[in-house]
Design a protein around this ligand. Structure first.
Ligand SMILES: [Cu+2]
Length: 584
Protein backbone atom coordinates (compact mmCIF):
# COMPACT_ATOMS: atom_id res chain seq x y z
CA UNK A 1 0.00 0.00 0.00
CA UNK A 2 2.04 2.82 -1.25
CA UNK A 3 -0.92 4.75 0.04
CA UNK A 4 0.43 4.15 3.51
CA UNK A 5 3.70 5.84 2.77
CA UNK A 6 4.37 9.44 3.22
CA UNK A 7 4.53 10.08 -0.51
CA UNK A 8 1.75 11.47 0.75
CA UNK A 9 2.62 13.01 3.98
CA UNK A 10 0.39 15.96 3.89
CA UNK A 11 -0.22 18.07 6.90
CA UNK A 12 -3.49 19.63 7.73
CA UNK A 13 -1.36 22.49 8.80
CA UNK A 14 -4.29 24.71 9.02
CA UNK A 15 -5.14 23.04 12.24
CA UNK A 16 -1.71 22.96 13.79
CA UNK A 17 -1.61 26.39 15.21
CA UNK A 18 -5.27 26.58 15.85
CA UNK A 19 -6.51 27.11 19.33
CA UNK A 20 -9.93 25.81 18.69
CA UNK A 21 -12.35 24.66 21.22
CA UNK A 22 -14.90 22.15 20.07
CA UNK A 23 -18.26 23.15 21.40
CA UNK A 24 -20.63 20.25 21.07
CA UNK A 25 -21.03 19.67 17.35
CA UNK A 26 -19.88 23.16 16.43
CA UNK A 27 -16.33 22.21 15.63
CA UNK A 28 -16.56 24.08 12.34
CA UNK A 29 -17.00 27.36 14.14
CA UNK A 30 -13.81 26.81 16.04
CA UNK A 31 -12.25 25.73 12.80
CA UNK A 32 -13.21 28.97 11.10
CA UNK A 33 -11.62 30.79 13.98
CA UNK A 34 -8.46 28.78 13.44
CA UNK A 35 -8.35 29.68 9.78
CA UNK A 36 -8.72 33.32 10.53
CA UNK A 37 -5.89 33.12 13.03
CA UNK A 38 -3.48 31.16 10.86
CA UNK A 39 -1.59 33.14 8.24
CA UNK A 40 -1.53 31.67 4.74
CA UNK A 41 -4.41 29.36 5.34
CA UNK A 42 -7.99 29.62 4.36
CA UNK A 43 -11.12 27.62 4.13
CA UNK A 44 -13.94 28.45 1.82
CA UNK A 45 -16.82 26.50 0.45
CA UNK A 46 -16.55 22.80 1.01
CA UNK A 47 -12.81 22.29 1.24
CA UNK A 48 -10.23 22.23 3.97
CA UNK A 49 -7.27 23.83 2.19
CA UNK A 50 -4.02 22.40 3.41
CA UNK A 51 -0.95 24.52 3.75
CA UNK A 52 2.36 24.57 5.57
CA UNK A 53 2.31 25.15 9.30
CA UNK A 54 4.05 27.98 11.02
CA UNK A 55 6.35 27.36 13.93
CA UNK A 56 9.17 25.41 12.31
CA UNK A 57 10.17 21.80 11.82
CA UNK A 58 10.24 19.57 14.89
CA UNK A 59 10.98 15.89 15.30
CA UNK A 60 8.51 13.12 15.86
CA UNK A 61 9.92 10.99 18.69
CA UNK A 62 9.71 7.28 19.32
CA UNK A 63 6.83 6.92 21.76
CA UNK A 64 9.03 5.53 24.56
CA UNK A 65 11.23 8.62 24.24
CA UNK A 66 8.25 10.96 24.33
CA UNK A 67 7.26 9.27 27.61
CA UNK A 68 10.55 10.40 29.17
CA UNK A 69 9.44 14.03 28.88
CA UNK A 70 6.86 14.31 31.66
CA UNK A 71 5.20 17.51 30.41
CA UNK A 72 5.07 16.47 26.76
CA UNK A 73 3.66 13.07 27.72
CA UNK A 74 0.97 14.61 29.88
CA UNK A 75 -0.12 16.98 27.11
CA UNK A 76 -0.07 14.12 24.60
CA UNK A 77 -2.33 11.95 26.78
CA UNK A 78 -4.64 14.89 27.45
CA UNK A 79 -4.84 15.54 23.71
CA UNK A 80 -5.66 11.89 22.98
CA UNK A 81 -8.41 11.91 25.60
CA UNK A 82 -9.79 15.21 24.38
CA UNK A 83 -9.95 13.89 20.83
CA UNK A 84 -11.53 10.55 21.69
CA UNK A 85 -13.97 11.67 24.37
CA UNK A 86 -14.77 15.35 23.96
CA UNK A 87 -15.17 15.92 20.21
CA UNK A 88 -18.66 15.16 18.89
CA UNK A 89 -18.47 11.86 16.93
CA UNK A 90 -20.42 13.50 14.10
CA UNK A 91 -17.75 16.14 13.66
CA UNK A 92 -15.48 15.72 10.61
CA UNK A 93 -12.43 15.85 12.89
CA UNK A 94 -13.68 13.49 15.59
CA UNK A 95 -11.76 10.28 16.32
CA UNK A 96 -14.70 8.37 14.92
CA UNK A 97 -14.72 10.23 11.60
CA UNK A 98 -10.96 10.62 11.07
CA UNK A 99 -10.33 6.96 11.89
CA UNK A 100 -13.26 6.04 9.68
CA UNK A 101 -11.31 7.32 6.66
CA UNK A 102 -9.22 4.15 6.67
CA UNK A 103 -11.89 1.97 5.23
CA UNK A 104 -15.31 2.62 6.56
CA UNK A 105 -16.23 6.08 5.42
CA UNK A 106 -16.85 6.75 1.79
CA UNK A 107 -16.19 10.46 1.94
CA UNK A 108 -14.06 12.93 3.81
CA UNK A 109 -13.75 16.61 3.00
CA UNK A 110 -16.43 16.18 0.35
CA UNK A 111 -14.28 13.73 -1.61
CA UNK A 112 -14.44 9.97 -1.98
CA UNK A 113 -11.49 8.65 -0.01
CA UNK A 114 -8.71 6.57 -1.49
CA UNK A 115 -5.23 7.55 -0.40
CA UNK A 116 -4.85 6.80 3.25
CA UNK A 117 -1.25 7.97 3.26
CA UNK A 118 -1.77 11.58 4.25
CA UNK A 119 -3.42 10.09 7.24
CA UNK A 120 -0.33 10.37 9.41
CA UNK A 121 -0.18 14.10 8.90
CA UNK A 122 -3.89 14.57 9.30
CA UNK A 123 -3.82 12.51 12.47
CA UNK A 124 -0.86 14.42 13.86
CA UNK A 125 -2.45 17.78 13.23
CA UNK A 126 -5.76 16.76 14.72
CA UNK A 127 -3.99 15.41 17.80
CA UNK A 128 -2.16 18.73 18.19
CA UNK A 129 -5.38 20.69 17.91
CA UNK A 130 -6.87 18.59 20.68
CA UNK A 131 -3.76 18.90 22.83
CA UNK A 132 -4.05 22.66 22.47
CA UNK A 133 -7.68 22.54 23.47
CA UNK A 134 -6.80 20.49 26.54
CA UNK A 135 -4.08 22.93 27.57
CA UNK A 136 -6.38 25.91 27.00
CA UNK A 137 -8.59 24.59 29.81
CA UNK A 138 -5.86 25.02 32.43
CA UNK A 139 -6.12 28.08 34.66
CA UNK A 140 -3.73 30.88 33.72
CA UNK A 141 -0.39 30.55 35.41
CA UNK A 142 2.95 28.84 35.40
CA UNK A 143 1.79 25.34 34.48
CA UNK A 144 -0.29 26.53 31.55
CA UNK A 145 2.62 28.67 30.32
CA UNK A 146 4.96 25.71 30.60
CA UNK A 147 2.59 23.41 28.72
CA UNK A 148 1.99 26.06 26.05
CA UNK A 149 5.74 26.23 25.48
CA UNK A 150 5.95 22.43 25.10
CA UNK A 151 3.06 22.51 22.62
CA UNK A 152 5.11 24.63 20.24
CA UNK A 153 7.42 21.72 19.44
CA UNK A 154 5.20 18.73 20.13
CA UNK A 155 4.70 16.27 17.27
CA UNK A 156 2.97 12.87 17.19
CA UNK A 157 5.15 9.94 18.31
CA UNK A 158 5.77 6.69 16.42
CA UNK A 159 5.82 3.16 17.83
CA UNK A 160 8.93 1.42 16.58
CA UNK A 161 8.24 -2.32 16.92
CA UNK A 162 11.47 -3.21 15.09
CA UNK A 163 14.04 -1.31 17.12
CA UNK A 164 16.46 -3.12 19.44
CA UNK A 165 15.38 -2.78 23.04
CA UNK A 166 17.27 -2.95 26.29
CA UNK A 167 17.14 -6.49 27.72
CA UNK A 168 13.90 -7.03 29.62
CA UNK A 169 12.05 -4.11 28.02
CA UNK A 170 8.65 -5.17 26.65
CA UNK A 171 8.15 -4.69 22.94
CA UNK A 172 4.60 -3.52 23.68
CA UNK A 173 5.22 -0.77 26.21
CA UNK A 174 3.31 -0.80 29.45
CA UNK A 175 1.40 2.36 28.51
CA UNK A 176 -0.41 0.46 25.75
CA UNK A 177 -1.32 -2.34 28.16
CA UNK A 178 -2.81 -0.55 31.18
CA UNK A 179 -6.51 0.38 31.20
CA UNK A 180 -5.91 3.42 33.37
CA UNK A 181 -3.36 6.21 33.41
CA UNK A 182 -2.44 8.95 35.90
CA UNK A 183 -2.27 12.46 34.54
CA UNK A 184 -2.34 16.10 35.52
CA UNK A 185 -5.58 17.69 34.34
CA UNK A 186 -6.87 21.25 34.48
CA UNK A 187 -8.56 20.31 37.75
CA UNK A 188 -5.66 18.44 39.33
CA UNK A 189 -4.20 14.93 39.34
CA UNK A 190 -6.54 12.23 38.07
CA UNK A 191 -6.60 8.58 37.10
CA UNK A 192 -8.41 8.33 33.78
CA UNK A 193 -9.27 5.70 31.18
CA UNK A 194 -6.09 5.27 29.17
CA UNK A 195 -6.66 6.61 25.63
CA UNK A 196 -3.79 4.39 24.37
CA UNK A 197 -5.43 1.21 25.71
CA UNK A 198 -8.62 1.34 23.69
CA UNK A 199 -11.17 3.63 22.06
CA UNK A 200 -14.78 3.59 23.29
CA UNK A 201 -17.23 3.59 20.39
CA UNK A 202 -20.02 6.17 20.41
CA UNK A 203 -23.43 4.74 21.19
CA UNK A 204 -24.76 5.46 17.70
CA UNK A 205 -21.96 3.58 15.92
CA UNK A 206 -23.59 0.15 15.95
CA UNK A 207 -25.38 0.61 12.66
CA UNK A 208 -22.14 1.70 10.94
CA UNK A 209 -20.20 -1.26 12.27
CA UNK A 210 -22.91 -3.84 11.73
CA UNK A 211 -21.83 -6.87 9.70
CA UNK A 212 -24.40 -9.68 9.53
CA UNK A 213 -21.61 -12.25 9.16
CA UNK A 214 -19.44 -10.88 11.95
CA UNK A 215 -21.76 -9.51 14.56
CA UNK A 216 -19.05 -8.89 17.12
CA UNK A 217 -17.81 -5.73 15.35
CA UNK A 218 -20.98 -3.90 16.30
CA UNK A 219 -21.13 -5.56 19.73
CA UNK A 220 -17.70 -4.59 21.02
CA UNK A 221 -18.15 -1.47 23.17
CA UNK A 222 -14.51 -0.55 22.59
CA UNK A 223 -11.50 -1.60 20.52
CA UNK A 224 -9.79 -4.85 21.53
CA UNK A 225 -6.53 -6.70 20.81
CA UNK A 226 -6.41 -10.51 20.62
CA UNK A 227 -9.68 -10.54 22.57
CA UNK A 228 -10.86 -13.08 25.14
CA UNK A 229 -14.13 -13.55 23.24
CA UNK A 230 -16.01 -12.21 20.25
CA UNK A 231 -18.95 -10.50 21.89
CA UNK A 232 -19.76 -7.50 24.04
CA UNK A 233 -17.81 -8.92 27.00
CA UNK A 234 -14.52 -9.18 25.07
CA UNK A 235 -11.37 -7.97 26.80
CA UNK A 236 -7.96 -7.28 25.28
CA UNK A 237 -5.17 -9.71 25.97
CA UNK A 238 -2.27 -7.32 25.71
CA UNK A 239 0.02 -9.81 27.45
CA UNK A 240 -0.52 -12.16 24.51
CA UNK A 241 0.06 -9.29 22.06
CA UNK A 242 3.35 -8.63 23.84
CA UNK A 243 4.35 -12.26 23.63
CA UNK A 244 3.38 -12.59 19.94
CA UNK A 245 5.16 -9.38 18.98
CA UNK A 246 8.18 -10.56 20.87
CA UNK A 247 8.34 -13.80 18.90
CA UNK A 248 8.32 -11.92 15.63
CA UNK A 249 10.52 -9.01 16.69
CA UNK A 250 13.83 -10.32 15.37
CA UNK A 251 12.16 -11.05 12.06
CA UNK A 252 10.66 -7.57 11.86
CA UNK A 253 14.05 -6.07 12.63
CA UNK A 254 15.80 -8.09 9.94
CA UNK A 255 13.14 -7.07 7.42
CA UNK A 256 13.40 -3.37 8.29
CA UNK A 257 17.19 -3.61 8.16
CA UNK A 258 17.04 -5.34 4.81
CA UNK A 259 14.60 -2.80 3.35
CA UNK A 260 16.63 0.16 4.58
CA UNK A 261 19.98 -1.13 3.39
CA UNK A 262 19.35 -3.32 0.35
CA UNK A 263 16.04 -2.46 -1.30
CA UNK A 264 16.66 0.32 -3.79
CA UNK A 265 13.44 0.78 -5.73
CA UNK A 266 10.59 2.86 -4.40
CA UNK A 267 7.85 0.79 -6.00
CA UNK A 268 9.24 -2.42 -4.49
CA UNK A 269 9.61 -0.87 -1.06
CA UNK A 270 6.14 0.62 -1.03
CA UNK A 271 4.02 -2.19 -2.42
CA UNK A 272 3.74 -5.93 -2.02
CA UNK A 273 2.63 -6.17 -5.66
CA UNK A 274 6.31 -6.23 -6.63
CA UNK A 275 9.20 -8.60 -5.99
CA UNK A 276 11.25 -8.21 -2.86
CA UNK A 277 10.22 -7.07 0.57
CA UNK A 278 7.97 -4.08 1.15
CA UNK A 279 6.87 -1.89 3.98
CA UNK A 280 3.33 -2.85 3.05
CA UNK A 281 4.02 -6.46 3.91
CA UNK A 282 5.84 -5.59 7.15
CA UNK A 283 2.91 -3.33 8.00
CA UNK A 284 0.49 -6.20 7.41
CA UNK A 285 2.06 -8.66 9.85
CA UNK A 286 2.13 -6.03 12.59
CA UNK A 287 -1.59 -5.43 12.06
CA UNK A 288 -2.39 -9.14 12.24
CA UNK A 289 -0.10 -9.79 15.19
CA UNK A 290 -1.61 -7.04 17.32
CA UNK A 291 -5.23 -7.70 16.34
CA UNK A 292 -5.14 -11.49 16.37
CA UNK A 293 -8.39 -13.36 16.02
CA UNK A 294 -11.25 -10.88 16.34
CA UNK A 295 -9.20 -7.83 17.33
CA UNK A 296 -9.69 -4.54 15.53
CA UNK A 297 -6.13 -4.25 14.23
CA UNK A 298 -6.68 -7.41 12.14
CA UNK A 299 -9.72 -5.99 10.40
CA UNK A 300 -8.86 -3.74 7.45
CA UNK A 301 -11.74 -1.24 7.71
CA UNK A 302 -11.89 -1.06 11.52
CA UNK A 303 -8.22 -1.31 12.46
CA UNK A 304 -7.75 2.43 12.60
CA UNK A 305 -10.09 2.81 15.56
CA UNK A 306 -7.55 1.11 17.84
CA UNK A 307 -5.32 3.89 19.22
CA UNK A 308 -2.20 1.81 18.51
CA UNK A 309 -2.98 2.03 14.78
CA UNK A 310 -1.83 5.64 14.52
CA UNK A 311 1.53 5.00 16.17
CA UNK A 312 2.05 1.90 14.02
CA UNK A 313 1.34 3.90 10.88
CA UNK A 314 3.56 6.72 12.03
CA UNK A 315 6.33 4.14 12.29
CA UNK A 316 5.73 2.95 8.74
CA UNK A 317 6.02 6.61 7.75
CA UNK A 318 9.18 6.85 9.86
CA UNK A 319 10.87 3.88 8.19
CA UNK A 320 9.78 5.21 4.78
CA UNK A 321 11.33 8.60 5.61
CA UNK A 322 14.55 6.89 6.68
CA UNK A 323 14.61 4.87 3.46
CA UNK A 324 13.95 8.00 1.42
CA UNK A 325 16.85 9.80 3.08
CA UNK A 326 19.18 7.02 2.03
CA UNK A 327 17.78 6.77 -1.52
CA UNK A 328 17.21 10.30 -2.68
CA UNK A 329 17.42 9.50 -6.38
CA UNK A 330 14.29 7.35 -6.54
CA UNK A 331 10.66 8.24 -5.99
CA UNK A 332 7.15 7.31 -7.01
CA UNK A 333 7.02 5.55 -10.36
CA UNK A 334 3.85 5.27 -12.42
CA UNK A 335 2.02 2.17 -11.28
CA UNK A 336 -1.28 0.67 -12.08
CA UNK A 337 -3.66 0.51 -9.19
CA UNK A 338 -4.68 -3.02 -8.46
CA UNK A 339 -7.63 -2.37 -6.20
CA UNK A 340 -10.64 -0.17 -6.77
CA UNK A 341 -11.12 2.34 -4.00
CA UNK A 342 -13.94 4.70 -3.26
CA UNK A 343 -12.17 7.26 -5.46
CA UNK A 344 -10.50 5.37 -8.27
CA UNK A 345 -11.21 2.42 -10.52
CA UNK A 346 -8.82 -0.48 -10.35
CA UNK A 347 -7.14 0.15 -13.68
CA UNK A 348 -6.13 3.75 -12.96
CA UNK A 349 -2.42 4.47 -13.30
CA UNK A 350 -1.04 6.60 -10.50
CA UNK A 351 2.24 8.51 -10.63
CA UNK A 352 3.94 11.24 -8.64
CA UNK A 353 1.56 13.84 -10.08
CA UNK A 354 -1.60 11.95 -9.27
CA UNK A 355 -3.93 13.46 -6.75
CA UNK A 356 -3.76 12.08 -3.24
CA UNK A 357 -7.40 11.89 -2.30
CA UNK A 358 -9.03 13.35 -0.28
CA UNK A 359 -6.46 15.90 0.84
CA UNK A 360 -6.78 19.39 -0.57
CA UNK A 361 -3.89 21.70 -1.33
CA UNK A 362 -5.93 24.74 -2.21
CA UNK A 363 -9.28 26.17 -1.40
CA UNK A 364 -10.13 25.81 -5.08
CA UNK A 365 -10.07 22.07 -4.58
CA UNK A 366 -6.69 21.01 -6.05
CA UNK A 367 -5.22 17.95 -4.39
CA UNK A 368 -1.76 17.25 -3.11
CA UNK A 369 0.38 14.90 -5.18
CA UNK A 370 3.29 12.71 -4.18
CA UNK A 371 5.61 15.21 -5.85
CA UNK A 372 4.30 18.00 -3.63
CA UNK A 373 5.12 16.11 -0.48
CA UNK A 374 8.46 14.56 -1.36
CA UNK A 375 10.17 16.92 1.07
CA UNK A 376 8.18 16.20 4.18
CA UNK A 377 9.91 18.85 6.30
CA UNK A 378 7.93 21.58 4.58
CA UNK A 379 5.01 20.22 6.53
CA UNK A 380 6.63 20.89 9.87
CA UNK A 381 7.98 17.55 10.99
CA UNK A 382 11.01 15.39 10.77
CA UNK A 383 12.17 12.34 12.77
CA UNK A 384 14.48 12.29 15.74
CA UNK A 385 16.80 9.63 14.30
CA UNK A 386 17.06 10.70 10.65
CA UNK A 387 20.18 12.57 9.68
CA UNK A 388 21.26 14.20 6.42
CA UNK A 389 24.76 12.93 7.14
CA UNK A 390 25.00 9.48 5.48
CA UNK A 391 27.53 8.27 8.05
CA UNK A 392 25.20 9.08 10.93
CA UNK A 393 22.19 7.63 9.08
CA UNK A 394 24.01 4.36 8.44
CA UNK A 395 25.23 4.18 12.01
CA UNK A 396 21.68 4.74 13.31
CA UNK A 397 20.31 2.01 11.06
CA UNK A 398 22.89 -0.42 12.43
CA UNK A 399 22.31 0.66 16.03
CA UNK A 400 18.53 0.36 15.79
CA UNK A 401 18.04 -2.50 13.37
CA UNK A 402 21.44 -4.16 12.96
CA UNK A 403 22.44 -7.77 12.93
CA UNK A 404 22.25 -9.45 16.34
CA UNK A 405 25.49 -11.33 15.63
CA UNK A 406 28.37 -9.24 16.98
CA UNK A 407 30.17 -7.75 13.99
CA UNK A 408 33.56 -9.28 14.86
CA UNK A 409 32.00 -12.73 15.03
CA UNK A 410 30.12 -12.12 11.80
CA UNK A 411 33.21 -11.02 9.98
CA UNK A 412 34.99 -14.16 11.12
CA UNK A 413 32.03 -16.31 10.29
CA UNK A 414 30.84 -15.17 6.96
CA UNK A 415 33.13 -12.73 5.27
CA UNK A 416 35.02 -14.26 2.44
CA UNK A 417 36.89 -11.93 0.12
CA UNK A 418 35.40 -12.27 -3.34
CA UNK A 419 37.37 -11.01 -6.26
CA UNK A 420 39.21 -8.78 -3.90
CA UNK A 421 36.05 -7.12 -2.50
CA UNK A 422 34.40 -7.46 0.89
CA UNK A 423 31.18 -9.35 0.40
CA UNK A 424 28.35 -10.97 2.34
CA UNK A 425 25.72 -13.29 1.03
CA UNK A 426 22.05 -12.75 1.81
CA UNK A 427 19.37 -15.44 1.71
CA UNK A 428 15.66 -14.76 1.59
CA UNK A 429 12.59 -16.96 1.48
CA UNK A 430 10.45 -15.12 -1.05
CA UNK A 431 6.81 -16.10 -0.96
CA UNK A 432 4.23 -15.46 -3.65
CA UNK A 433 0.81 -15.95 -2.19
CA UNK A 434 -2.84 -15.45 -3.09
CA UNK A 435 -4.16 -12.50 -1.12
CA UNK A 436 -7.69 -13.77 -0.65
CA UNK A 437 -7.15 -17.49 -0.02
CA UNK A 438 -8.45 -17.33 3.57
CA UNK A 439 -10.88 -14.84 5.12
CA UNK A 440 -9.01 -12.01 6.83
CA UNK A 441 -5.61 -13.31 5.74
CA UNK A 442 -3.11 -15.85 7.04
CA UNK A 443 0.39 -16.37 8.38
CA UNK A 444 3.26 -18.25 6.73
CA UNK A 445 5.79 -19.76 9.14
CA UNK A 446 9.24 -20.88 8.00
CA UNK A 447 11.41 -23.39 9.87
CA UNK A 448 15.03 -24.34 9.33
CA UNK A 449 15.72 -27.67 10.97
CA UNK A 450 13.22 -30.27 12.07
CA UNK A 451 9.73 -28.76 11.93
CA UNK A 452 7.20 -29.10 14.77
CA UNK A 453 5.29 -32.37 14.74
CA UNK A 454 1.76 -32.63 13.44
CA UNK A 455 0.44 -33.30 16.93
CA UNK A 456 1.94 -30.10 18.34
CA UNK A 457 -0.08 -26.95 19.00
CA UNK A 458 0.24 -24.58 16.01
CA UNK A 459 -0.26 -21.55 18.23
CA UNK A 460 3.11 -22.43 19.82
CA UNK A 461 5.01 -22.93 16.59
CA UNK A 462 6.56 -19.48 16.73
CA UNK A 463 8.26 -20.55 19.99
CA UNK A 464 9.73 -23.64 18.34
CA UNK A 465 13.55 -23.68 18.42
CA UNK A 466 13.70 -24.08 14.64
CA UNK A 467 11.25 -21.26 13.89
CA UNK A 468 13.08 -19.01 11.42
CA UNK A 469 10.41 -16.38 10.99
CA UNK A 470 6.94 -15.60 9.77
CA UNK A 471 5.10 -13.26 7.52
CA UNK A 472 1.47 -12.51 6.87
CA UNK A 473 -0.89 -11.95 4.00
CA UNK A 474 -3.62 -9.52 5.05
CA UNK A 475 -6.89 -8.80 3.30
CA UNK A 476 -10.52 -8.06 3.76
CA UNK A 477 -13.40 -9.58 1.90
CA UNK A 478 -14.52 -6.29 0.45
CA UNK A 479 -11.16 -5.83 -1.31
CA UNK A 480 -11.68 -9.14 -3.05
CA UNK A 481 -14.24 -7.83 -5.48
CA UNK A 482 -12.23 -4.77 -6.40
CA UNK A 483 -9.09 -6.12 -8.01
CA UNK A 484 -8.22 -6.57 -11.63
CA UNK A 485 -4.82 -8.00 -10.76
CA UNK A 486 -3.74 -11.54 -10.17
CA UNK A 487 -4.51 -11.26 -6.48
CA UNK A 488 -0.99 -12.57 -5.82
CA UNK A 489 1.24 -10.71 -3.40
CA UNK A 490 4.94 -10.89 -2.59
CA UNK A 491 6.30 -11.21 0.86
CA UNK A 492 9.48 -12.50 2.45
CA UNK A 493 10.97 -14.20 5.46
CA UNK A 494 14.66 -13.29 5.60
CA UNK A 495 16.96 -16.22 6.33
CA UNK A 496 20.39 -14.57 6.61
CA UNK A 497 20.44 -14.04 10.37
CA UNK A 498 19.10 -17.54 11.00
CA UNK A 499 21.78 -19.01 8.75
CA UNK A 500 24.48 -16.95 10.44
CA UNK A 501 23.37 -18.42 13.74
CA UNK A 502 23.40 -21.91 12.29
CA UNK A 503 26.86 -21.22 10.91
CA UNK A 504 28.03 -20.12 14.36
CA UNK A 505 26.57 -23.39 15.74
CA UNK A 506 28.53 -25.34 13.13
CA UNK A 507 25.42 -26.59 11.32
CA UNK A 508 26.01 -25.00 7.94
CA UNK A 509 28.94 -23.87 5.83
CA UNK A 510 30.00 -20.30 5.36
CA UNK A 511 27.19 -18.33 3.75
CA UNK A 512 29.30 -17.60 0.69
CA UNK A 513 29.33 -21.33 -0.08
CA UNK A 514 26.08 -21.13 -2.01
CA UNK A 515 25.93 -24.77 -3.06
CA UNK A 516 26.41 -26.05 0.46
CA UNK A 517 23.92 -23.59 1.90
CA UNK A 518 21.41 -24.53 -0.80
CA UNK A 519 21.85 -28.19 0.01
CA UNK A 520 21.38 -27.43 3.70
CA UNK A 521 18.19 -25.46 3.08
CA UNK A 522 16.76 -28.04 0.70
CA UNK A 523 17.15 -30.60 3.45
CA UNK A 524 16.09 -28.45 6.37
CA UNK A 525 13.68 -25.72 5.27
CA UNK A 526 9.96 -26.24 5.70
CA UNK A 527 6.97 -23.97 5.81
CA UNK A 528 3.44 -23.95 7.07
CA UNK A 529 0.35 -21.82 6.72
CA UNK A 530 -1.69 -20.78 9.74
CA UNK A 531 -5.09 -19.11 9.71
CA UNK A 532 -5.82 -15.92 11.65
CA UNK A 533 -7.10 -18.28 14.36
CA UNK A 534 -3.63 -19.92 14.37
CA UNK A 535 -4.94 -23.20 12.99
CA UNK A 536 -2.75 -25.31 10.74
CA UNK A 537 -3.93 -25.01 7.13
CA UNK A 538 -2.65 -27.51 4.56
CA UNK A 539 -0.51 -25.73 1.98
CA UNK A 540 -2.60 -27.43 -0.67
CA UNK A 541 -5.54 -25.32 0.43
CA UNK A 542 -3.73 -22.15 -0.67
CA UNK A 543 -3.85 -22.22 -4.47
CA UNK A 544 -0.70 -21.07 -6.23
CA UNK A 545 1.35 -20.34 -3.13
CA UNK A 546 5.06 -20.84 -3.66
CA UNK A 547 8.26 -20.24 -1.76
CA UNK A 548 11.59 -19.53 -3.45
CA UNK A 549 14.90 -19.19 -1.71
CA UNK A 550 16.78 -16.38 -3.39
CA UNK A 551 20.31 -15.21 -2.74
CA UNK A 552 22.57 -12.33 -3.71
CA UNK A 553 26.09 -11.33 -3.03
CA UNK A 554 26.34 -8.05 -1.19
CA UNK A 555 29.24 -5.72 -1.66
CA UNK A 556 29.72 -4.06 1.67
CA UNK A 557 29.71 -0.30 1.84
CA UNK A 558 31.77 1.82 4.13
CA UNK A 559 30.96 4.34 6.82
CA UNK A 560 29.15 6.58 4.36
CA UNK A 561 27.90 4.16 1.70
CA UNK A 562 25.11 1.65 1.69
CA UNK A 563 25.99 -1.93 0.79
CA UNK A 564 24.95 -3.00 -2.71
CA UNK A 565 23.24 -6.29 -3.50
CA UNK A 566 24.08 -7.96 -6.79
CA UNK A 567 21.53 -9.78 -8.93
CA UNK A 568 19.35 -12.13 -6.94
CA UNK A 569 19.29 -15.71 -8.12
CA UNK A 570 16.69 -18.29 -7.28
CA UNK A 571 18.36 -21.26 -5.67
CA UNK A 572 15.20 -23.34 -5.50
CA UNK A 573 11.43 -22.98 -5.60
CA UNK A 574 8.85 -25.05 -3.78
CA UNK A 575 5.38 -25.07 -5.25
CA UNK A 576 2.53 -26.84 -3.68
CA UNK A 577 0.61 -28.21 -6.64
CA UNK A 578 -2.22 -29.37 -4.47
CA UNK A 579 0.01 -31.53 -2.33
CA UNK A 580 -0.97 -31.27 1.32
CA UNK A 581 1.91 -30.38 3.56
CA UNK A 582 4.05 -29.17 0.68
CA UNK A 583 7.66 -30.04 1.15
CA UNK A 584 7.75 -30.27 4.92
CU1 LIG B 1 -2.38 -0.13 8.47
Amino acid sequence: MSRYLRTIAVVLAVLSSAICKPIGGLFHSAEELAYRQTPGVARRGNYHAISTPGGGVYPRLEIRDLKKDTDAWNIFILGMRQWQEEVDPNDAFSWYKIMGIHGMQQQWDSVPQADGGPYCALIEQTLLVNARTAVSKFPDGGLKDRYSKVLETLRAPYFDWARKLAPGDPILPDFFQRPKVDIVTSTGNQTIDNPLFSYKFPSNSRKDLYDPNQLWWSEYPNTVRIPTSQDASAASRNDVVESELNKTSLNLRERVHHILTLETNFSNVSSSSYDGDSLESVHDIVHMTIGGDGGHMSNVPYSSFDPIFMFHHLNIDHVAAMWQKGHQDTWVQPQSQEYTTFARPNDAVADENSALYPFHKTIAGDFFSSKDVRDYTVFGYTYDDISDDPAILLQTIEEHYGDPVPSNQKREASKVPKNGTDADQVYIAQIKAPKFALPGGYFVYVFVGEAPGDDSDPSCWNSHPNFAGSTAIWSSDNMKHTTNGTGMVNTVVPLTWTLQKHKADGKVADLCEKDLVTEYLLKNLSWRVLSVQKHDVPLGAIPGIELSVITASVTLGDATKFPVAGEYEIVFTQKVAGKDGGYC
